[in-house]
Every structure is written in C-alpha cells, then in structure tokens.
Design a protein around this ligand. Structure first.
Ligand code: PLP
Length: 414
C-alpha cells in the first residue's frame, strides 16, 4: 500500500498539514503505516455532521471558537457543515480564518487584546466585533480603530462559578455593576451593542445557561440600553466515558426559555461560541505502547502532546486496542493508567483507560474525543515533536447523546 498521502514522520511542530484528502479507516492506516509517532486521525465527515447538527438546532448565530482546534482541515469541515462565523482570540487566528475564508464573519472575542492586533484586525481583516470587559479596553479599541462608526462591541460579563468542568470567569469578565456602566458607554460609541458570558467549559448543567441569561438580562435592564447581540458563549459539552451530557437540545431549550423572558428588542440576535461540542468527536490519536509496568502503560504521547487534559484535569477518554499481530487471549477489559513519553513525572494520565487486560508492548491504542483541546496543545518538549496526520472515515469512538446510540462506553476491538 502506498503511503505517500500521509504527512510522514519529520514534521516540524506547528507546520500545518497539507489538506490530505484520502479517507482510510484508522485500522487500515495503522497497518499500512505502522506508526511509531502519534498518529492524529481527523474525521472530516464527523466534524461536518456535528456542525450541521449544532447550527440546525441552535436558533441564532454560531461562532466556532477557533482556539479549540485551528487545524485548517477542521475549519474546512465545519464550514462544510454550515459554520459561517468564527470566534478568534489572537491575530494569528484572525489571519488564519481570513486567509481560508474571505467571506467568513470573524469576531475578536478576547477581552484584553494588543493594540497592534486590534488595528490589523479592523483595518486588514474586516473584523468589526470586539469583546471588552473594562473601560481601558474600550478606549484601546476606539483608539486603534480611529473611532470607527461601524463597531459591534460586546461586554463580557463575569459569572459566579457554575456547573462546568472548567471555570472561565477567573480571568475575564466585568462584575454586573461595572458591566452595566460599560454597556452604556458602548451604546454611545458603537453601532451595535452586545453582552456575552462564558459558563465554563464542559458545562454539564443546562440550567447554568438559564441562570447566566437571567443575570445578563438584569445587567442589560439596569443599563437601560437596547441590545443588538446577546451572546451565550461556549461551554457546550462533549461525551466522555465518565460524562454523558444531556442532549444539546436541552441546552438550547433552556437558553431559549430564558431569553424570551428578557424582553429584548425584536432585532436582537442570539449568538453562541461553541468549541468543544463541535469538534471533540472529530479527532482521535493512535499511540504506540512502548512498555508495560503492571497496570500502567508507557505510550508515545502524553500531557505535553495531545493528552494535556488527561493529566492534571484528569479527563477520561474512550479508547480501543489495535493489536500488533497478536491474538487476543480472550481476557476482558481492565483499567489502565498511562505514562507519556517525556521524563517529567507529571506526564502521567490516571484515567482509568479501559483496555483488554493482555495489552502489551508494540500494540497501538486509539484514543478518541481528542478533537477539542487535544492536538492544539501539543508541544515539542523533550523532543517528542513529531506526529502523523491523516484523515479517516471512521465514526467517532463515542456517539453523541443526541444520536441516542451507544452509551459512552469504551469500544474495544478484539
Ligand atoms: C474557549 C472559549 C470558547 C469555547 O469554549 P468551549 O468550552 O470549548 O465551548 C468560547 N468563547 C470564549 C470566549 C472562549 O474563551
């Protein structure tokens, strides 16, 4: 089998793959390539399907949060599934999206931006939406856009800690009273005025959105401004072995019920900024087992690679064994921890990861649901800076709850 379409071995970190358009199955790719570096398996069909599902069900405008996975093939697949707007947080993200999609809506949703980034985003890339959570940032945006009359300025509101796995209000967001002042200041400075918040990533409680919507409504009412944009942020969950979230429809229904109670102007648009929920299922990583010590496996990827969140955050991921030529001894599944390849003792993932009890050195493991905050967090630490990147046709290892199919159990090949 020819393997010329693989992005093979020596790839400097951060170099973007050419858009590989050859859809194999993961197993076929593994047996053809026998990968000795982590093999990132992108699922364009899954990504497009998730984007279609999300954009069809959400009643407003969907901005994909680019930081979650900025791989061009991912962005193309999402656009294929109907995503037309992007939440960018850096100039590099803005430039990337503009280069790929001249027509896309780009929104600069980082509350503390560099002056140079604001200026270039506005002047060269057609960005009109900027987020802020302070008067200083408002002044900066106005300066760097030469007091442009066509800005859409969105005030980010801080939220009390809610039902999410990762809190995102520790660093950004204005307290309610300050947010109300900012909304009034923005109303006299911008063509469009918005409010936004982020309930935290992997939010497992739909009512967290309802509470945040109600709080934002109080702030808007206190400010006494007519709102153009009501942005409910990201945080929508993905499925993991220990987290079977409620269907997205429950989240959207909770948001809609809360928003209709607010008495917003009929022209006010509702936005959201999903990252994880759109792309988690869209990428997996195939790793090689380098050694086994009891119920710990040494593998060639880890917390400095695509598995950062399996480390200190202790995320669990679905996985399945791909045997290197050995027959199964028929034993069942057992729980394993994983060690990454670097010399740092923090490069450890307790999981547990469920795999056949006879897993051995030389086997491969496909680890799923790594499309979100996976490959993008890879570093070159300790020289483990090489990956293969392929596109595959396999379904994800975990089905989304909305499809009502298998539970989030690990699927293991025998
Ligand atoms: C990270 C981030 C998102 C995406 O969050 P998810 O939990 O991945 O949906 C959306 N908006 C902002 C402002 C963010 O920082």
């Amino acid at each position: 089998m020819k393997i010329e379409n693989f992005r093979t071995s020596v790839v400097p970190l951060r170099r973007r793959a050419a858009n590989v358009r050859r859809l194999l199955s993961v197993d076929a790719a593994v047996f053809a390539e026998r990968p000795t570096v982590p093999m990132q398996c992108l699922r364009p069909e899954t990504l497009a399907a998730e984007a279609r599902r999300f954009t069809a069900a959400f009643g407003g405008i969907v901005l994909y949060a680019v930081k979650c996975n900025p791989e061009p093939a991912v962005l193309h697949a999402l656009v294929g599934g109907g995503v037309r707007h992007f939440d960018c947080a850096s100039l590099t993200e803005v430039r990337l999206v503009r280069r790929l999609f001249p027509e896309a809506g780009i929104h600069f949703m980082h509350p503390v931006k560099s002056r140079a980034a604001i200026r270039e985003a506005y002047a060269d890339h057609g960005v009109r939406t900027f987020v802020l959570d302070s008067a200083a940032e408002l002044a900066k945006i106005r300066d760097e856009t030469d007091f442009a009359p066509d800005l859409a300025l969105v005030v980010r509101l801080a939220l009390p800690k809610g039902g999410a796995r990762l809190d995102l209000s520790g660093k950004f967001g204005a307290a309610p009273a300050e947010a109300a002042c900012l909304l009034r200041a923005v109303r006299s400075a911008a063509a469009q005025v918005g409010v936004s918040f982020h309930v935290g990533s992997q939010c497992l409680d739909p009512s967290a959105y309802a509470r945040a919507v109600a709080l934002a409504g109080e702030v808007v009412a206190a400010a006494g401004v007519d709102l153009d944009i009501f942005d409910v942020g990201g945080g929508f969950p993905a499925s993991y072995p220990d987290a079977e979230p409620a269907p997205l429809a429950d989240y959207f229904a909770a948001i809609e019920r809360a928003v209709v109670q607010l008495d917003l102007p009929g022209t006010c648009a509702v936005w959201c900024e999903p990252g994880r929920a759109l792309v988690a299922a869209g990428q997996s990583v195939v790793v090689e087992v380098l050694g086994r010590r009891g119920d710990f496996l040494f593998i060639n990827d880890g917390v400095y690679g695509a598995l950062a969140d399996a480390g200190s955050l202790n995320f669990r991921y679905p996985c399945r064994l791909i045997r290197n030529g050995r027959r199964s001894d028929g034993s069942g599944l057992a729980a394993f921890g994983l060690f990454g390849p670097t010399c740092d003792s923090a490069d450890r993932m307790d999981g547990p990861f469920l795999l056949p009890a006879d897993v051995a050195e030389g086997d491969w493991i496909e680890i799923g649901q790594l499309g979100a905050y996976g490959a993008v967090l890879r570093t070159g630490f300790n020289g483990f800076d090489q990956v293969l990147q392929i596109e595959v046709s396999d379904p994800p290892l975990v089905r989304t709850p909305d499809e009502g199919l298998e539970a989030a159990a690990a699927v293991c090949a025998a």
